[in-house]
Design a protein around this ligand. Structure first.
Ligand code: IMP
Length: 191
């Protein structure tokens, strides 16, 4: 089955293709000549995922899935959440975002947090969503060099390595995106 994955993030495309396996031909946005920035203007992770998949479906007539992810920190009322990519401002990088989280969390005892990924799948104009959540805690300083985003400060429950101390295989097995991708893959394989 051919499906477009509405992302420009090559790292994510690789992660997801590895989990989905060879029964699916995953097309990139480049493959369908979609070179524009797809809007992500909704106020929820679910809303942004749906906005992206419907944008591609409506404009290019292609069956498609899109994802949106956020880090939700309990003591910060769910922040950075839907703003995870640009928490420290529009031109910020991963390091700036981590610094902002560490500063806001300084002295706070409740370090509980979760990553949430939502996939929105649109086939023939009908949408289904698949969610993956991984719970953990926010460390007081960075540990590890792998991964991306907030990985160096996120310690998943039941593990003694941060996401940035795991290799991609270890992380994929337990991660928010891994869980949501497996749900998506199981559904697609059942069609
Ligand atoms: P996106 O919706 O997948 O682009 O994710 C939004 C932001 O959440 C990213 O820019 C990262 O800062 C963060 N993020 C998403 N997935 C991960 C992950 O697996 N580890 C760490 N941070 C992540």
């Amino acid at each position: 089955m051919k499906l477009v994955f509405a992302t420009n993030n090559a790292h994510k495309a690789k992660e997801v293709s590895e989990i989905l396996g060879s029964s699916f031909e995953i097309l990139s946005l480049k493959d369908i000549n979609c070179n524009e920035d797809i809007p992500e203007t909704q106020e929820t992770i679910e809303g942004n995922a749906a906005q992206k998949s419907f944008y591609v479906y409506d404009k290019f007539g292609a069956n498609c899935f899109a994802d949106d992810t956020g880090l939700e920190i309990e003591a910060l009322n769910g922040e950075p959440g839907v703003y995870s990519a640009r928490y420290a401002g529009k031109a910020c990088n991963f390091d700036d975002n981590i610094n902002k989280v560490l500063l806001k969390m300084k002295g706070i005892k409740n370090r509980k947090a979760q990553f949430k990924t939502v996939f929105s799948l649109v086939i023939d104009g009908k949408e289904l969503q698949f969610e993956g959540i991984v719970k953990g805690t926010i460390l007081e300083s960075r540990r590890g060099e792998n991964g991306f985003g907030y990985d160096p400060i996120f310690l998943p429950d039941g593990f003694d390595k941060t996401f940035a101390e795991m290799n991609s295989e270890e992380k994929n097995k337990i991660s928010h995106r891994g869980i949501a991708t497996i749900k998506l893959a199981e559904y697609l394989k059942s069609l």
